[in-house]
Design a protein around this ligand. Structure first.
Ligand code: N01
Length: 879
């Protein structure tokens, strides 16, 4: 028996005491004999598993067997788009070009098959049509279109991400009497277009690569373009000398760096932000990307281009300017310029002479946005405006990406569940490798893995190694089945979606989203967190005893339930960046230096959104004037008023310290925000800050109208220690019979000075606000004997009759549980409460406007909740 971590249950396997499970015909059946299938066979054989691969093709090669259209090449440098598992294989193969042609890549894969004698375990010209899991015998029954039936313990779909061509969804497509070609199913003997009139439909990578070469032969080429693509010159030539040199110097280090990179190959990762960089820096980087001719160069000109529209527009403008510079006819140039989506949100292309091809007299572009295709006819293509008679039509219309091949086989898992049904709302996987309900079914580069966003060669190698290592581990531990838990799978799906949600990519109709196939669910299919982070997650899963998997066999059943990634991706990056700065803990600095560091860090933050206007002033406090800053929305007033208290452990910051957050709250809640300073500890200890906050609230309520607000519509709020003050003065206002508050907004509040909630332990270290720092704040602010005073710990006060309340908590916050307790306590007394859970957030990440993008969703939810609650009728509000 083996202990797992988190929710482990152990039982004896039903077959383990009996005569044993049926021996299958084979240990493993593999579908596909491309990069993935070949490497799988090799590794499985070396590990002593019996395996057989099936492929519909007549030979090895996968995508490179089928995509033989003119101009077909890889668009990752071939130095990197190759196997790295065998140094001898690497040493004996020399690529002739930076981006090798399809024939060269195919001959490489044939060489691999020969070298490792793989063909003897591959059945060609044979499609696997169905696979059915037999839960009693713990094996898959696999059938083929040749009538074969074979059983196997493990079944691996190595069927490629872009292997099922999408049928062209154009009326009349079967009527055409001329020649029809699909780029993804090109005739082996090649095609001679000499003297022919050719239509090409589609301007993705396949169209963009093939059009210039078709135009070299054909008498006339008409390109039917629905959506223009972003493409930059590939600048093909000999393999890049700097990559060759790096490989020659230290092959292992180079390959390791590829796996520690976001895209699966070593390349420069910039920290330059397009939104803030100087003009000359921008220009240099943009031109550099155009000149370099690498995809990751185009998608990585600026660190923020995939999340920030303004930054992205700089890159898009550069490409559009280049197109206008190349294409002679301004109208054609404009039609070729993509304008409807940010660059990189559809897969960009590398080309050779693509745009210049439209300067040739016999090449014409038809912009389908202006004149859509109405029908394919017997003799050509009709658009709304014209008829185009042609001799041949080339469809470069793309693929049913990432899921097409997987659901193309009739796969039935446990209890008759089909993969097609299980994925009817979109694919659901654990790590893009397995799916719950389908034991022992693996996918190579499945949805939810980096796959198509990465160098496929590296993505494939890593997956093959994960799967084969997992099988070896199962065998060694006495298990014969493995399956993800529902919780692990749901957690991974959430993580994949969360990672995509902070980028611009899900906003565009692309094949990444399944949007190119009518009726396909809109789900962002690949994992955008990067190869490096993905490998980290896989390694963590294995290191934690196959976290998120149930494994069974004669060793019993071990369910090691759990979620491998719960923190938001950008929060994770923030914490890592803070770690890398190696700043001294604030609590070791003393108040003056801690304030200096706090202020310096605040000054580095992006400014936040524009508001209508900002004004500074003072209001009378109990011991002297208190400074405030007022943020007024740009919308016509008067507005509700939010009297706001800043965070900083009652010690740090001032009325301007949460400037970006206050702007953000002003915009999102459409409120006048009045951020008021208060006296700080340790110079002014408890209850000085409370007294100041109370005076501030009274003054703001009395002056709501002149602040631009609606009298009587005052909310009190704050962040962290500021939320503590807000909660306290709301209790005081209730007890004093005024001012009447419309609501309170408590962001990650401190509510309990006992510091004993479990979240203090769970999140006490390494997440910026530590338990140690929080205790320092308390010690500086308040004597231990005063901490049970409701003015210090509002959770210990009377909660009835408080105004409607929005409480925001962060999952990875030492203060989480006291925030939750406050929300629950209020609700228990009948106060209308909305508890907004900052899933995957840390204490400090929620207010980080334009730094932690995922925090915006939390603030938006809080703002909407506040609007809804503040509109609650008075009798409910004061109940
Ligand atoms: O397919 P695509 P692809 N009427 O889906 C258009 C990889 N790859 O085969 O955008 C009119 O990108 C469609 O228009 P729209 C690479 O990852 C790599 O070119 O849907 N037009 C689009 O213009 C790539 O991204 C290499 O409006 C129709 C085109 O057809 C992926 O494979 C080479 C239409 C399809 O573009 C797919 O590329 C080739 C219709 N009914 C491919 N339906 C390398 O260099 C579709 N379109 C390694």
């Amino acid at each position: 028996m083996q202990a797992g971590t988190g929710g482990t249950t152990v039982a004896r396997h039903p077959g383990s005491d009996g005569p044993g499970l049926d021996a299958p015909d084979l240990d493993v059946v593999v579908v596909g004999a491309g990069f993935s299938g070949l490497y799988l066979l090799h590794r499985l054989r070396r590990l002593g598993f019996s395996a057989r691969a099936y492929d519909t093709a007549g030979d090895v090669g996968g995508t490179w067997y089928w995509n033989r259209y003119p101009g077909a090449r890889c668009d990752i440098p071939t130095t990197d788009y190759a196997f790295s598992f065998d140094p001898e294989l690497e040493a004996e193969w020399t690529w002739t070009e930076k981006y090798a042609t399809q024939p060269e890549i195919l001959s490489y894969l044939r060489h691999v098959a020969d070298r490792f004698d793989l063909r003897r375990d591959i059945v060609f010209d044979t499609a696997v049509t169905a696979a059915r899991w037999d839960d009693g015998r713990h094996l898959w029954e696999v059938s083929t279109d040749a009538g074969d039936a074979v059983t196997c313990r493990w079944y691996v779909m190595a069927s490629g991400c872009l292997s099922v061509p999408k049928p062209p969804d154009i009326p009349g497509v079967d009527r055409f009497r001329g020649d029809v070609y699909f780029t993804g199913r090109w005739p082996h003997e090649g095609v001679d277009f000499t003297g022919r009139r050719v239509a090409v439909v589609g301007t993705g990578s396949s169209g963009i690569q093939s059009i210039p070469l078709i135009a070299r032969q054909a008498e006339q080429v008409t390109v039917f373009q629905r959506t223009p693509n972003f493409s930059i010159p590939a600048r093909n030539g000999p393999p890049p000398p700097e990559r060759l040199a790096a490989l020659a110097e230290d092959r292992e280090a180079y390959r390791a760096e590829a796996r520690r990179s976001r895209g699966g190959m070593p390349y420069e990762v910039t920290e330059v932000m397009g939104a803030t960089a100087d003009e000359d820096v921008r220009r240099e980087r943009l031109e550099g990307a155009w000149q370099r001719g690498e995809l990751f160069g185009l998608t990585g000109v600026f660190a923020d281009q995939n999340v920030n529209r303004a930054s992205n527009a700089l890159v898009a403008d550069m490409v559009r300017d280049k197109i206008r510079g190349i294409v002679d006819d301004p109208a054609v140039a404009e039609a070729l310029c993509p304008t409807t989506y940010p660059v990189g949100t559809k897969r960009p292309c590398l080309d050779t002479d693509y745009y210049a091809t439209f300067n040739l007299p016999h090449v014409r572009l038809v912009d389908l946005r202006r004149q859509p295709i109405t029908s394919i006819t017997e003799t050509g293509i009709d658009t709304a405006d014209e008829s185009f008679p042609v001799d041949a039509i080339v469809y470069a219309t793309g693929f049913d990406a990432m899921t097409g091949a997987l659901v193309g086989v009739d796969i039935t898992g446990r209890d008759g569940l089909t993969l097609r049904d299980h994925w009817s709302a979109g694919p659901s996987t654990y790590l893009g490798l397995m799916s719950e309900g389908f034991p022992n079914l693996f996918m190579i580069t499945g949805p939810g893995s980096p796959s198509v966003l990465a160098n496929m060669a590296v993505a494939i190698e890593q997956h093959v190694e994960f799967v084969t290592d997992a099988l070896a581990d199962l065998r060694a531990a006495g298990y014969d089945t493995i399956e993800p838990t529902p919780r692990a799978e749901a957690g991974w799906n959430q993580h994949v979606a969360d990672c995509a949600a902070i980028t611009l990519l899900p906003g565009t109709d692309s094949w990444y989203m399944g949007a190119n196939v009518p009726g396909k669910p809109r789900v962002f299919l690949p994992y955008i967190g990067g190869v490096d982070r993905y490998i980290d997650a896989c390694e963590e899963v294995v290191g934690r005893g196959y976290l998120g998997f149930t494994r069974s066999g004669r060793a019993g059943t071990t369910c090691n339930d759990g979620v491998v990634r719960r923190m938001q991706y950008d929060v994770m990056l923030l914490l890592e960046a803070m770690d890398a700065l190696a700043l001294p803990p604030l609590e070791t600095l003393g108040a003056p230096d801690a304030r200096g560091l706090w202020a310096a860090m605040s000054a580095m933050a992006p400014p936040g959104p524009d508001v209508g206007d900002i004004a500074d002033g003072t209001l009378p406090g109990p011991t002297g004037p208190l400074a405030y800053r007022r943020y007024r929305p740009a919308t016509p007033g008067p507005h509700p008023v939010l009297c706001y208290f800043h965070g900083g452990g009652w010690m740090l910051g001032d009325q301007t310290a949460d400037d970006p957050l206050c702007r953000d709250l002003s915009v999102r809640t459409d409120s006048v925000v009045v951020s008021v300073d208060y006296r700080h500890a340790p110079e002014a200890r408890f209850p000085a800050a409370v007294d100041d906050a109370r005076a501030a609230l009274d003054w703001v309520a009395d002056h709501a109208e002149e602040l631009g607000g609606i009298p009587g519509r005052v909310t009190v709020g704050g962040y962290s220690a500021g939320a503590n003050l807000a909660a306290v003065v709301a209790q005081q206002a209730r007890d004093a019979g005024g001012p009447h508050l419309a609501a309170q907004l408590l962001l990650c509040p401190v509510t309990d000075g006992t510091t004993e909630h479990p979240s203090y332990v769970e999140n006490g270290e390494g997440k910026m606000l530590t338990a140690g720092l929080m205790r320092w704040f308390w010690d500086s602010y308040c004597d231990p004997s005063d901490r049970r005073d409701p003015r210090a710990s509002p959770l210990l006060g009377r909660l009835e009759g408080l105004p409607p309340t929005v409480v925001v908590t962060a999952e990875f916050d030492p203060l989480r549980d006291e925030g939750v307790a406050y929300a629950e306590g209020l609700a228990a007394t009948g106060v209308p409460v909305r508890h907004v859970v900052g899933r995957g957030q840390a204490h400090t990440s929620i207010p980080m406007v334009d730094v932690v993008i995922s925090g915006a969703r939390v603030r938006q939810e809080a703002a909407e909740a506040l609007r809804a609650l503040a509109d609650t009728p008075m009798d409910v509000a004061t109940r």
